[in-house]
Ligand binder design. Structure first.
Ligand code: IMP
Ligand code: MG
Length: 182
């Protein structure tokens, strides 16, 4: 789905793809699994803004000690199509030398953002970096980025809700829905 400035389009909420119950059940499973995989308290790195709501629910389903820090990236700039470049707008403050890090993303589309973030944090000598995304776009398996955990695979549709936005709207929906052209 593309949105070019010469051809303005409007969008409306479409089908609910993942209900509040489906999401909370899966987040509970992910929290349990992740908790059993870490031997020492991880630093949970929340990628703002899209994964804030997922991360808030996920850490409350994790039974281990952990710390949280936040970074902000921009790649979409009010469009449904990636600009193709990732910018760090706010970096984490925590020293990750020797630490276990868990990056939390909302959705992996091309994998560009996650690959960029893993490489960015890897230069600071963490003991390990694990990655978790609520959603994984159904891309060619050869192109899938290194993802340790994900909630759900989805298709080509642009989705909003549960933290994911279109032009900063819809983040507060408790479910995930497709965005439709109208
Ligand atoms: P990637 O770098 O192509 O993997 O894109 C990942 C980022 O694009 C995510 O963190 C989202 O911010 C954004 N994004 C990709 N697809 C969607 C979508 O369907 N809805 C909302 N944001 C999306
Ligand atoms: Mg994002």
């Amino acid at each position: 789905m593309s949105n070019s400035s010469s051809d303005p389009q409007s969008f409306r909420l479409g089908e609910v793809l993942l209900s509040e119950n489906q999401i909370s059940e899966r987040v509970r499973e992910l929290g349990e699994k992740i908790s059993s995989d870490f031997d020492e308290p991880p630093l949970v790195v929340v990628v703002l803004r899209g994964s804030a709501i997922f991360a808030a629910d996920l850490v409350r389903q994790m039974s281990i000690d952990l710390e949280m820090d936040f970074l902000a990236v921009s790649s979409y700039e009010n469009s449904t199509k990636s600009s193709g470049s990732v910018k760090i707008i706010k970096d984490i403050d925590t020293d990750i030398n020797g630490r276990s890090v868990l990056i939390i993303e909302d959705i992996i589309d091309s994998g560009l953002t996650l690959n960029f973030l893993v490489n960015h944090l890897a230069t600071r000598y963490p003991a390990e970096i694990k990655t978790c995304s609520l959603l994984l776009r159904n891309i060619n398996p050869d192109d899938e980025p290194p993802l340790d955990y994900y909630g759900f695979k989805i298709g080509d549709e642009f989705v909003v809700g549960y933290g994911l936005d279109y032009a900063q709207s819809y983040r507060n929906l408790p479910y995930i829905a497709a965005l439709e052209e109208c």
